[in-house]
Design a protein around this ligand. Structure first.
Ligand code: NAD
Ligand code: UDP
Length: 313
């Protein structure tokens, strides 16, 4: 039985990871400050004697003995990470330093939840890991993008300088049950709007693209990455290469929910990337032929069911 620390474990992705790692027979310690996560996401795990919950902010040092650390703590939705941008940078950078220091001391493996945002508004499409990105260092998304880029730098330097066993995954847009209904990300916004019969809010002309991955596929990819040998650190893209415009996403969600909602157009937020799609050949090669197994419609149906229950519809 391994002891595994998950920072940000009460968030959307973290709660799925806690559940899966417990199901596979591990002892899981979930650390969270509940900024964007909630106890509700992990309440069903509290009866499990191998599950432990700790309220803590990773910008402060933390001491524990574990075998593996998954570092997920960081607000991920633009409205949340822009709410207190300085705190977002601190969470990514000071949080990484604290968790890497811990990993170094206790000789634990540590995985960083990085992001496709390190590619910024990409000028190479699809994005391979070798692409250095196109990021505005002083814009409204910079606290998140540059914080995550600096965290990657710290992970690589702790590996090169102190031989810490690190893993970096670059996560592309992920959706699924337990997304917060008000967190502002596009999949949850559109589903909630469609279910309530409200206008679907398209930012810009809706022709920008994203590649959406169902959360279960991501969890499988992250766990496979953690189990790779010490000759592979990444970064590795984990995402679903299916690429859709926001208009296509809106149409699909309206159809699947049988909603009468219409689309309405709103200003595009600053620095909103025009296109995004992962090149996943490295993941396929290094992660035992990992590839997404759930397509957009299948994943949306599961997510719509979740929101129907949540909204009591
Ligand atoms: P989320 O907001 O649901 O989860 C983040 C969790 O971190 C929350 O529970 C929050 O309370 C916690 N947290 C935030 N700041 C903290 C701090 N200082 N100390 C302790 N806990 C803190 O978001 P998510 O979608 O589950 O994202 C999880 C991770 O995956 C994040 O690091 C995010 O950057 C990364 N990621 C997510 C996506 C995506 O599409 N969901 C894409 C790329 C990367
Ligand atoms: N978006 C939209 N309507 C919304 C929320 C988001 O059109 O109600 C757009 C947003 O401008 C972006 C895309 O959907 O182009 C994805 O946004 P999200 O915040 O989910 O993720 P990110 O921009 O970080 O990829």
């Amino acid at each position: 039985m391994k002891k595994i620390l998950i920072t940000g474990g009460a968030g959307f992705i973290g709660s799925h990871l806690c559940e899966r790692l417990l199901n596979e027979g591990n002892e899981v310690i979930c650390l969270d400050n509940y900024f964007t996560g909630s106890k509700q996401n992990i309440v069903h795990l509290l009866d499990n004697p191998y599950f432990e919950l700790i309220r803590h902010d990773i910008t402060m040092p933390f001491f524990i003995e574990v075998d593996e650390i998954y570092n997920l703590a960081c607000p991920a939705s633009p409205i949340h990470y822009q709410y207190n941008p300085i705190k977002t940078v601190k969470t990514s950078v000071m949080g990484a330093i604290n968790m890497l220091g811990l990993a170094k001391r206790i000789k634990a493996k540590i995985l960083q939840a990085s992001t496709s945002e390190v590619y910024g508004d990409p000028q190479i499409h699809p994005q391979p890991e070798s692409y250095w990105g196109h990021v505005n260092p002083i814009g409204s998304r910079s606290c998140y993008d540059e914080g995550k880029r600096c965290a990657e730098t710290l992970f690589m330097d702790y590996h090169l300088q102190n031989n810490v066993d690190i893993k970096i995954v670059r996560i592309f847009n992920t959706y699924g049950p337990r997304m917060h209904p008000n967190d502002g990300r596009v999949v949850s916004n559109f589903i909630v709007q469609a279910l309530k019969g409200e206008d679907i809010t398209i930012y810009g002309d809706g022709k920008q693209t994203r590649s959406f991955q169902f959360v279960d596929d991501l969890i499988e990819g992250m766990m496979r990455m953690m189990q790779t040998g010490d000759d592979f650190q990444g970064p590795v893209n984990i995402g679903n290469p299916g690429e859709f415009t926001m208009l296509e996403l809106a149409e699909t969600i309206i159809r699947l929910t049988e909603s009468k909602s219409k689309v309405s157009f709103h200003p595009l937020p600053a620095d909103d990337p025009i296109q995004r799609k992962p090149d996943i050949s490295l993941a396929q090669e290094k992660l035992n032929n990992w590839h997404p197994s759930i397509n957009l419609e299948q994943g949306l149906i599961k997510t719509i069911d979740y929101f129907k229950t949540l909204l009591e519809l």
